[in-house]
Design a protein around this ligand. Sequence first.
Ligand code: GTR
Length: 326
Amino acid sequence: MTTTTLAGLLLSAALVTGASAQNCELTLRSSDTHPDGYPTVEGVKAMAEEVKEKTDGRICIEVFPSAQLGEEKDTIEQTQFGVIDMVRASFGTFNDIVPDTQLFSLPYLFRSEQHMHKVMDGPIGDELGEAFAEKDLVALAYYDGGARSFYNSQKPIQSIEDLQGMKFRVMQNDVFVDMMDALGANATPMPYGEVYSAIQTGVIDGAENNYPSYDSSGHAEVAKYFTLDQHLMVPELVAMSKMTWDKLSPEDQEIVLTAAQNSAVLERKLWAEQEEASRAKVEEAGAEIIADIDKQPFIDAMAPVYEKYVTTPEAQDLVQRIRDTE
Ligand code: GTR
């Protein structure tokens, strides 16, 4: 390509960007740890489209994928302080910041993704919104994050006995550390972005996640044994900074909320497709999926975790209400 053509292209690109940026009276920055194309990223992008359209281009949401704005925990804190306007993250990372999310991160609490959606879309999800608000976060929509399972670089894990003494990365919160203790394994809490090299260099034996993350993070390349024990089903959240929210008119708040909720419908659809696609992809690339395992011993082993976290009558009541949701 000649310099003239390249310069011409750059100029027109600048004009296009400039033109669209000029129309935006307000540009909101939204963070995601996942790369472009991942269901959560595409969900927030669809939300951005709807908001832009309904505000005649006044409000623009720019999604920064691949942890460009930082690791999840940092970006949640930055959202609380209004440095970032929005964040999409797993409840697991919110646990220390919004303790009410802990109960939603208990192993084997949700029976299925449908059960999780039913709970989050009903009164329980609304009540939890208040807990986020107290921490300067506005819960806009609950996304799907599927079921998380263990994977490692060492051996096929068929049972709890196989996990004994192995080292697994978990998200940075106590519930997951206690979960690993209950299983007789060692937990190493660390940010998502550090997991690949930690497995590669043998600092840890493995981690736990859903198929799409196992695939898109490249973890499948360094930890080929994936055991489908599905110990965790953790909702994911799209949250807005309370500071940003308060700057919006009630009409714009309504537009933003509706767009977020519509995006959850899309994200859940994309999620189901991505789970299938990622499973096929990792298998093709040589991952060994251990699907035929007895989950009951894993479920039974979690009793101490429930004893530790479900202590107050309120917590017991909430867990019961979640279980009773049909
Ligand atoms: C993914 C989740 C991310 C992040 C990651 C992790 O499944 O979508 O938000 O929490 O897991 O394990 O840190």
